[in-house]
Every structure is written in structure tokens, then in C-alpha cells.
Design a protein around this ligand. Structure first.
Ligand code: IVH
Length: 693
């Protein structure tokens, strides 16, 4: 693979990782199982190992979680919120104990006490108490900066507004997990399914959805609960000497502490608790995905410290994925936005760890062939920490007679019955996916594409969700992007249709028109993303927007290239991070008169704003900047946008590649790292002076 190809592939994988992280952490609607997501991230890491120059500070491999949503203001945690290493079996647990004993220079006979606590599968939350008053609460965010959800957290039962009793530190961040109880979750989802509302994949997502509301009264109406299990910044680190002591304090101060948290001795003791909790798991009333073990003595915890992003003194012992056997009744094909054909298995309904599973993704033709999955087979289905299930394999001993190898369709199931082709990746290699080659002429692709156009990531039209769009499409109201904007002008008949057929009231029609109107001023990158060009998702659209600057430059250059102008093609291929594959894809979009007409009609409806020009010759261009601590003159977002306009790269973590750290009050570990690495550290004022602002 050439570096250019690797770059294109990297761009695609990085965009996918960011997209799926966003869905998981911010949208609460994951499309991948945890295992699939992990595989995706592993591919990206492997590529970066082969091509280290692609491992930039803004690569998703350099960060955890997801950046916080712009909807909330940012809160910098007093002490970062870290993650835990995993153990999967007794051997891993024994190794955990062995290595910490080695680290503490303890002998085999020395006894280490731990707390074993159920690992709640919810949403971690950091709550600051000052003089016993709940002062601020934040989501974990990227571990360093979270989202301010103070008002929402105040509505959760079991989180005291004033700490009870006395003896609490003057300032303490209490950490724990917000979760959605299972019975209420099932009830809520059933209701949502009946009313056409948002159905959540699992209680974790539902908790996240309920907590991350701009209107705290919505959070208040949800049955969220909280278990306290840790702390962050604290004015008196000696408020207790053990983890179990801390849990007792939390209880005394008015928090719910998980009643199954136990103090035990030795790895064998841990395994006993693990077995017990695993047995009780289905009766707990909330989702857990393992047991967390923590060294009980805090002086030992302090000595053990951290390796990269996890403590040496704790580990999460994960439960194995839950599995069940059931029959594969059939295989349906779904057509995606760019024509990818995804085989979906229809199952005889089966209960997998408390969730009834009827469908399962079979990924692609190669996967079916590799596992030799046949219609009629008994298949082993697994849920790995999520409700999106997968097929682990086929129970060959139970294969009925007369089954045949599955033949992937050679023509699409769409009315066009187009030929099915193998998809190529942005890197140009042959991919595993099969595609319908009907492009925008295929009605299935078109409707998926239009759903993407109105989604939050592109046009972000409020009040026009997937279901609504599907109906509008079927009724012929929206067939292409331009139609969204002419909906109101075509009012007389549409309004009646909207009201009669789509069941919308006057007010929702009015709101819909208003939110469409608000989208007529469109940044260039979103305009480009909305074209639905293959290989051009939001990330690549941003690169293109930055490279071209204006819609006019984009249109004229690409049109010239489509008409055979080699110089124009060359220019596109050589833009930063754009290779021949993306260039080709963009150019061939413009080469189709049919698509060009859709483009022109769309353009006629919107005002495309020029991309902000990145000054290439500023004194900070090309420099990697990290902002830490609180800024007083600018918000984080403003500071970041300003730096990027000047051609700098803004990163969330300090490394050898960092050029400048801008540190405000409250800066913690990043500032320390910067000083250790000898990186230039500026105050906010010095920074503003440097960039001449
Ligand atoms: S302790 C530095 N205790 O698991 C360690 N975490 O993978 C801080 N979690 O982000 C975490 N139950 O969301 C801890 N009893 C428990 C937990 C727990 C659930 C979650 C938490 C954390 C993640 C770590």
C-alpha cells in the first residue's frame, strides 16, 4: 500500500471510528456491537503501526470516549476520569494480584484485601460538593473535560443536594454510575415502540439519553438512579484510609452505595464474589457487565499509581458474552445509503441474557461463507455487552438435511434489479461489501441517503427524523435534497398531505418549516457532505471544504476535472489528505448530468457559506496546541476555532508532539506533563498576545 492509499484508508477508518464513538457516547444509538467496534479500532491502530506518520494527535486512537457535545458547557474535571483494565478469566485475576504484589514488594504469603463491586453498565458521572453542597455535575466526556449536567443530576433520586452528617471534606468530587433500572427500561421502550418514539438499544443508552437533556424537567421524569463508588479531587485525601471506608462514608453522606460491594481477601476471595454476583446478575434489576476489583488500602493504591489511562490498583473482571442457540429462518438483504448490501438473519425468537432476539446482522457475504451459515441451521447467537447480537457460529451437528450453501444475490433486491458489485475501500483495495450499483436511481439507496442528509451530522433538520422522512419519501414529498427546502413553497397540497397522511398538527408543521428555514445558510462542509458522494463523509467533506474555500471554487474545479482538465484533477488529488480515490469519486459525481442537476437544484435552495480560511503563514500554523485548565477570555470552543483558523492543530492530550500548552487556572496533569517534557507553556493572555488577538 502506498502512503497515499494508507492516508485515504486512514481517513476513512478514523471517520468511521469517530462516527461510531459519537453514536455510542453522544447519540445513544450504536450501530455496531462492542466487538465490532473494537475490531474497527484495532484496524486503525494496525494501520498506524505500519504508517506511523498517520498517527497524529487528533487521530481517534489518541483519545478516549467522545468529545463533548456543543449542547452543554464544558467542565474540566478536577482530576481526570480514567478507565479500567479488563480481566476475562481467573488467570487474569491471578496475574493482577501477582503483579501488584510484585510492585508493592509483598511476599506470596502477604494478604491483599480488595473491594469487589458490581460493574454497573451505566453512565459515569462526576459530582462536585463544596462545603457539602452539590455545586456542579458533569459527564465523563473525554475523561478530562465533561459536559455540565448539574441541573439534570439534581433531579436524580439518591443524589443528595446537601451531604448528610458531618466530617465530609470541604471539597470533594463524588463519582459513580447513573443507570436506568431494567423494568422501567423495558416499559419505556415498549411504549416508545408503540408510539413510534425513540427505542433504545440498551439501558445504558437510555440513561445517557435521559441524562443529557437540555431541559432538566425531562431528566426528572425518568427513573434514573445512581451508585457512588469513587472520588476525584478532594481537599482532604485522608478522609478515609480504605476504599471500603470510602463506600461507608458515601453511604453516611446520603448516597446509594451498591449493596453487593464487598470487602474480600486474596484473588480466591475475588473469584468467589465474582461467581456469586454472576449468579445473581439477572435478579439485580439493573445491567452489570462485570465486577470491579480495587485494592482496599489507599496507601497501597497511591504507591501503585497508574499505567497510561488505568490504575494499577483496580481491574474490571468482565462477564463472558451471553449466548443461545436458535434456528436461522431466513436471510434478508438490506440496502444502505451507498448501496451496501447487508445480510440480516431472521431468527426463531430466542432469549439471550434477558433480551429476546429475532434479527441478527450477518455482516457480509464473506462472513456468511467463512462461517458457512445456511438457512435452516442452528446458530449460536451472542450479545456482547450490547443488544445488537451476532452469530458466533453454526452448530454443525444439528444441521438439517438438504441445506445448501448460501448464495449471495447477484442482482439487487431493489426494483432496478441492478448487478451487485464488490465495493472498493477508500484505499482502493477490494472490500468485502457488495453493493447495488444503481446509485441514486435505486429507491432504497435514495431513502437511506435522504435520512443521512437530514440527520444531525449533515443538515440537522429538527423535527424531520428517519421515520418521518421515510413517509415523506414514500408520499413523493421529498425525493432529493432540494425538495426539503421547497416543501413549504409547495405548500397548498403538501400541507394537506402533511396533516392528513403524516398526522402532523399545525404546530409541528410550522416548527418543521421553521427548522428547515434555519438550515438554508449552510456551511460548505455540510453542503458537500449532503451530496452523498461515495467516500466523502463529514470528515472528508471538511477537508474538501477547507481545501476549496468556496462552493464556487469547488464546483468550477471539479467540473473542469470532470470535463477532462488534467490540471484540475491533479490539484484535487494533491490536496492535504485527499488521494486519488476520493478525487475520483468526487469527479465522477460531477460527471453524471443527472447528479449534476440534483446538485444545481440543491444549490438553488441554499446559501452556502465559505469555509473559514486557514491562514497558512501565521506564527502558529502547523503547531500542535493543547488548551488546559479554564480559560477566562474565550470559551474552549472559541479558542480552538481561533487556533485552527490560524492553521494550528488543537489536541486534547500533551505528548512529545505538542508545541504549546495554554494553561489556565486549575490546570492539572497536562500542565505537569508539559513541564516535564519541556514544552512551551503560556497563560491565556500570553497566547492571545502571541496570535495578535
Ligand atoms: S472505578 C479509575 N467502580 O466502569 C477507576 N468504575 O471501565 C474509576 N464502572 O468509567 C472507575 N461500576 O463508568 C469503578 N464500581 C465501579 C464501577 C465502575 C461501573 C464504570 C465506570 C468507569 C468504567 C471503567
Amino acid at each position: 500500500m502506498t502512503l497515499d492509499d494508507a492516508r485515504a484508508l486512514h481517513d476513512e477508518l478514523a471517520a468511521q471510528v469517530k462516527y461510531h464513538r459519537d453514536l455510542y457516547y453522544r447519540e445513544e444509538t450504536p450501530e455496531l456491537t462492542d466487538a465490532e467496534y473494537d475490531a474497527l479500532e484495532r484496524r486503525l491502530r494496525a494501520l498506524e503501526e505500519d504508517f506511523p506518520e498517520l498517527k497524529t494527535a487528533d487521530s481517534p486512537t489518541a483519545t478516549v470516549g467522545a468529545p463533548i457535545s456543543e449542547k452543554f458547557s464544558a467542565v474540566v474535571h478536577g482530576v481526570p476520569m480514567l478507565s479500567l483494565d479488563n480481566a476475562f478469566d481467573a488467570e487474569d485475576v491471578a496475574d493482577f494480584e501477582k503483579s501488584l504484589k510484585r510492585f508493592l514488594k509483598l511476599s506470596d504469603e502477604d494478604v491483599v484485601a480488595y473491594t469487589a463491586e458490581p460493574k454497573i453498565d451505566g453512565l459515569s458521572c462526576n459530582i462536585l460538593y463544596v462545603n457539602g453542597e452539590l455545586t456542579r455535575a458533569a459527564t465523563r466526556g473525554d475523561g478530562t473535560t465533561g459536559e455540565d449536567i448539574t441541573e439534570n443530576v439534581k433531579t436524580i433520586k439518591g443524589i443528595p443536594h446537601h451531604l448528610q452528617g458531618s466530617g465530609f471534606p470541604e471539597r470533594i468530587e463524588i463519582r459513580g454510575e447513573v443507570y436506568y433500572p431494567l423494568s422501567e427500561f423495558a416499559e419505556m421502550n415498549a411504549k416508545a415502540a408503540a408510539d413510534g418514539g425513540k427505542v433504545f438499544a440498551n439501558p445504558r443508552n437510555a440513561a445517557s439519553g435521559a441524562l443529557r437533556q437540555l431541559d432538566a424537567s425531562i431528566t426528572a421524569s425518568r427513573p434514573l438512579r445512581f451508585f457512588a463508588y469513587a472520588w476525584g479531587e478532594v481537599s482532604d485525601p485522608n478522609f478515609t484510609t480504605t476504599q471500603s471506608g470510602a463506600l461507608d462514608c458515601f453511604r453516611a453522606w446520603g448516597f446509594q452505595v451498591n449493596p453487593n460491594s464487598t470487602r474480600v481477601e486474596g484473588a480466591a476471595g475475588l473469584m468467589d464474589v465474582y461467581d456469586r454476583i454472576q449468579k445473581d446478575r439477572s435478579h439485580l434489576g439493573y445491567d452489570i457487565d462485570g465486577v470491579v476489583y480495587k485494592v482496599d488500602r489507599l496507601d497501597w493504591q497511591r504507591r501503585l499509581g497508574f499505567v497510561s489511562r488505568s490504575p494499577r490498583w483496580a481491574i474490571a473482571h468482565k462477564f463472558p458474552a451471553e449466548q443461545a442457540l436458535t434456528r436461522l429462518l431466513g436471510i434478508d438483504i438490506q440496502v444502505g445509503r451507498i448501496g451496501t448490501l447487508t445480510p440480516v438473519g431472521r431468527l426463531e425468537p430466542v432469549n439471550v441474557g434477558g433480551v429476546v432476539v429475532t434479527n441478527v446482522t450477518l455482516h457480509n457475504a464473506d462472513e456468511i461463507a467463512r462461517k458457512d451459515i445456511r438457512i435452516g441451521d442452528m446458530v449460536r447467537v451472542q450479545r456482547a455487552g450490547d443488544v445488537i447480537p451476532q452469530v458466533v457460529g453454526v452448530e454443525l451437528s444439528e444441521r438439517p438435511e438438504g441445506t445448501a450453501e448460501y448464495e449471495f444475490p447477484t442482482v439487487c433486491i431493489c426494483p432496478l434489479k441492478t448487478e451487485v458489485v464488490r465495493e472498493s475501500t477508500a484505499g482502493g483495495a477490494e472490500g468485502v461489501a457488495r453493493r447495488c450499483s444503481g446509485d441514486q436511481a435505486c429507491p432504497y439507496q435514495r431513502v437511506e441517503y435522504l435520512k443521512y442528509v437530514v440527520s444531525r451530522r449533515v443538515l440537522d433538520v429538527e423535527g424531520l427524523g428517519e421515520k418521518q422522512l421515510q413517509k415523506f419519501y414514500e408520499d413523493g414529498l421529498i425525493q432529493e435534497p432540494a425538495d426539503i427546502f421547497t416543501l413549504e413553497a409547495r405548500d397548498a397540497t403538501n400541507l394537506k398531505k402533511l396533516k392528513d397522511r403524516e398526522g402532523m398538527g399545525d404546530l409541528s408543521v410550522k416548527n418543521l418549516f421553521a427548522s428547515i428555514e434555519a438550515r438554508r445558510d449552510l456551511p460548505l462542509d455540510r453542503f458537500i457532505a449532503a451530496l452523498g458522494i461515495k467516500h466523502v463523509g463529514e470528515t472528508t467533506a471538511k477537508l474538501l471544504a477547507r481545501a476549496f474555500g468556496s462552493e464556487e471554487a469547488f464546483r468550477t474545479t471539479v467540473t473542469a476535472a470532470a470535463e477532462g482538465d488534467e490540471e484540475a484533477r491533479d490539484a484535487i488529488e494533491h490536496f492535504d489528505q485527499i488521494g486519488p480515490v476520493v478525487a475520483n469519486s468526487v469527479i465522477s459525481y460531477f460527471a453524471h448530468p443527472y447528479q449534476r442537476a440534483i446538485y444545481d437544484r440543491f444549490l438553488a435552495q441554499v446559501r452556502v457559506k465559505d469555509a473559514e480560511v486557514v491562514a497558512a503563514d501565521s506564527n502558529v500554523s502547523g503547531k500542535v496546541i493543547v488548551f488546559t485548565g479554564s480559560l477566562e477570555k474565550l470559551t474552549r470552543d472559541e479558542a480552538k476555532a481561533q487556533a485552527e483558523r490560524l492553521g494550528a492543530k488543537v489536541s486534547g492530550s500533551v505528548s512529545k508532539k505538542t508545541d504549546i500548552v495554554v494553561a489556565g487556572p486549575g490546570a492539572g496533569s497536562k500542565l505537569k506533563t508539559a513541564t516535564e517534557l519541556g514544552i512551551m507553556v503560556l497563560t491565556e493572555d500570553q497566547w492571545l498576545e502571541m496570535i495578535g488577538a
